[in-house]
Design a protein around this ligand. Structure first.
Ligand SMILES: Nc1ncnc2c1ncn2[C@@H]1O[C@H](COP(=O)(O)OP(=O)(O)OP(=O)(O)O)[C@@H](O)[C@H]1O
Ligand SMILES: [Mg+2]
Length: 300
């Protein structure tokens, strides 16, 4: 089996050759790609999709171009929270030669989104030619977006773990419930067993108070440092806020319909903290192409 680095070099060479041959748009350039952030959780239903969609809108309100990839294999949750159904998904790019920019839907504040749908599963079965082709197509997202947010499914499934490994940055959500915290710990353990250096940013969602949230963040950090040797980044918290469920019911993101709510203010703080983090990649190849490449190599 080829190692990851070798496979990566091969694919990059193919893309470079393809670029020279075809002089195609959206090909590999030396400038860094989009900032790719995966949003995940150990336990399901902790608020990932609401967090992702509303964070994307906050970024957009701060002048960033954002694309959301809904990588939950099950339901098209991003559509529901955004209040707009997408007509296509990633499998349309893989199978029917659709341009990625054609299939992006536009939600609030110009945030673009694409449903992964069955396309997420197809990713892992592509041969090298198909993979290079897809990378070329998805590479256009690096020009379209400053930030790409990926809403993963919950839990320890291979798919979720792979998305988390492939993304340069990971945001892990937990609620204050003990079951959610222990599932978060289990996911941190799995992620860092494969990649000790992975920086995991943790958010406590549905907290009763800031004090409760920081207490959980502190304790989780102490436990992961002690037993896993892993230091977490305490990204922030969102209060338990009835506006969130209300917004979901009317199918509008809460930062739009309840923009003065506690949850909206908390999310704004998180967006600003992330924007202050200068984690834009320093390597020449990054962004979505690096992400897809890492993702597919993890399955081979
Ligand atoms: N900060 C919050 N305050 C109050 N309720 C919240 C908050 N965040 C999420 N919720 C509630 O939790 C529900 C589930 O949220 P969401 O669908 O975003 O979770 P999820 O992690 O994406 O779920 P799944 O794992 O099924 O994809 C929301 O519909 C809302 O009612
Ligand atoms: Mg969801």
């Amino acid at each position: 089996m080829k190692d990851q680095a070798e496979r990566l070099r091969e694919i990059i060479d193919s893309i470079k050759n393809y670029k020279d041959d075809e002089k195609s748009a959206g090909a590999l350039t030396e400038k860094p790609g989009s900032r790719v952030i995966a949003v995940t959780s150990g336990k399901g239903g902790v608020g990932k999709t609401n967090f992702t969609v509303n964070l994307a809108i906050k970024f957009a309100q701060n002048g960033l171009r954002v694309v959301i990839i809904d990588a939950d294999l099950g339901l098209a949750n991003v559509d529901v929270v955004m209040g707009k159904m997408s007509r296509y998904n990633l499998s349309d790019v893989i199978n029917s030669n659709k341009d990625i920019l054609e299939i992006l839907e536009e939600g609030y504040e110009g945030v673009k989104f694409v449903s992964g749908g069955s396309g997420v599963q197809e990713l892992v079965k592509l041969n090298k030619t198909q993979l290079v082709d897809l990378l070329m197509k998805l590479g256009k997202l690096d020009e379209e977006a400053d930030i790409i947010l990926i809403d993963t499914g919950a839990g320890l499934s291979e798919n979720v773990i792979s998305f988390v490994h492939a993304a340069k940055e990971v945001i892990l959500l937990t609620t204050p419930e003990p079951t959610s915290i222990t599932d978060a710990y289990a996911l941190i353990k799995t992620i860092t067993q494969r990649d000790k250096a992975k920086m995991i940013k943790v958010v406590v969602n549905r907290a009763d108070s800031a004090a409760e949230a920081f207490n959980i963040l502190d304790k989780l950090n102490i436990v992961t440092q002690k037993f896993l040797g892993v230091r977490l980044q305490k990204l922030g918290y969102i209060l338990n806020d009835a506006s969130v469920a209300r917004a979901v019911k009317i199918q509008q993101p809460f930062v739009i319909s309840f923009n003065r709510s506690e949850a909206s203010r908390n999310l704004n703080d998180i967006a600003l903290t992330l924007m202050e983090n200068k984690e834009f990649s320093s390597v020449s190849v990054s962004g979505i192409k690096m992400f897809i490449n890492k993702l597919t190599s993890l399955f081979n």
